[in-house]
Design a protein around this ligand. Structure first.
Ligand SMILES: Nc1nc2c(c(=O)[nH]1)N[C@H]1C(S)=C(S)[C@@H](COP(=O)(O)O)O[C@H]1N2
Ligand SMILES: [Mo]
Length: 249
């Protein structure tokens, strides 16, 4: 996908443009800022403001009694089976690419980080939604530890499973990566993450549609461009079925 079309998607996906504009315009300093800034800068500012908004969070009483599993429910292959049979004691998350300190993290390392708990709604493009509770460290905590290089623009999540004959992968930009509700979930609904939902670790990127929430994450790679990574469009569904890379809601 070209930079232009990705940018127009980004702008198209920013729902509250006018609301953001009104909020800035209502204060004196805000008005000065608006008139001084260039048009390009202004529209970018609005998009960023909107993209940092929080996804709705829900009460325990609103949690769905059933949360279906979609796509891969059990990765194939000997390597994943061996890890699963060992209760993921030998599983390690690699964090590499454009970072100053590449990391190899165990589940214990991830559990020792400050944890966030959030009850959110998952929306799958196949036409179902479910409200569930997710627990895990913020992705930003892990990225702070790894130290993103200035050239890093995207994070690629490499998964253990294959779907449609291809390795599952997804990617997000740094706005989503650093968003406070973007977490690496180790648990769901007060239990260790089940295999069907991505054990031992899956991404929750709450402002995005379901397919961006990579399950079975094995490696997080910081990159400057998505070109040359698998089909080059930033994710398995983007490569295989023309899904939009930017799936913000
Ligand atoms: N690795 C991997 N991640 C994945 C998928 C998958 O098949 N493999 N399916 C995606 C889709 S389309 C959705 S809707 C959600 C489903 O998450 P769930 O199984 O926890 O409901 O995971 C997403 N992440
Ligand atoms: Mo989905």
């Amino acid at each position: 996908m070209s930079v232009i079309s990705r940018r127009s998607l980004l702008i198209g996906g920013a729902g509250g443009l006018l609301a953001g504009c009104d909020a800035i315009g209502s204060s004196e300093t805000g008005r000065d800022l608006l008139f001084r800034a260039e048009a390009v800068h202004r529209s970018l500012q609005r998009v960023i403001t909107d993209r940092n908004a929080l996804a709705p969070e829900f009460a325990e009483s609103e949690m769905s009694p059933r949360f279906r599993a979609n796509g891969t429910r059990m990765p194939g292959g000997d390597a994943y089976r061996a890890l699963m049979q060992g209760n993921f004691a030998d599983w390690r998350l690699r964090v590499d690419g454009l970072v100053t300190r590449p990391l190899t993290l165990s589940l214990a390392d991830l559990r020792a980080m400050p944890q966030r708990v959030q009850i959110t709604r998952h929306d799958c493009v196949e036409g179902w939604s479910a409200i569930g509770k997710w627990h895990g460290p913020r992705l930003s905590t892990v990225l702070d530890r790894a130290g993103l290089r200035d050239s890093a623009r995207y994070l690629v999540f490499h998964c253990a499973d294959r779907l449609l004959g291809r390795p599952y992968y997804e990617s997000i930009d740094l706005i989503d990566a650093l968003h406070p509700q973007t977490i690496l979930a180790l648990a769901m609904n007060n239990r260790t993450l089940p295999v069907a939902h991505g054990a031992p670790l899956r991404l929750r990127v709450e402002r995005q549609l379901g397919y961006k929430h990579a399950k079975y994450v094995m490696r997080i790679e910081a990159v400057a461009s998505l070109d040359g990574i698998h089909g080059g469009r930033g994710g398995l569904w983007e490569d295989a079925a023309d899904y939009e890379w930017y799936a913000g809601i």
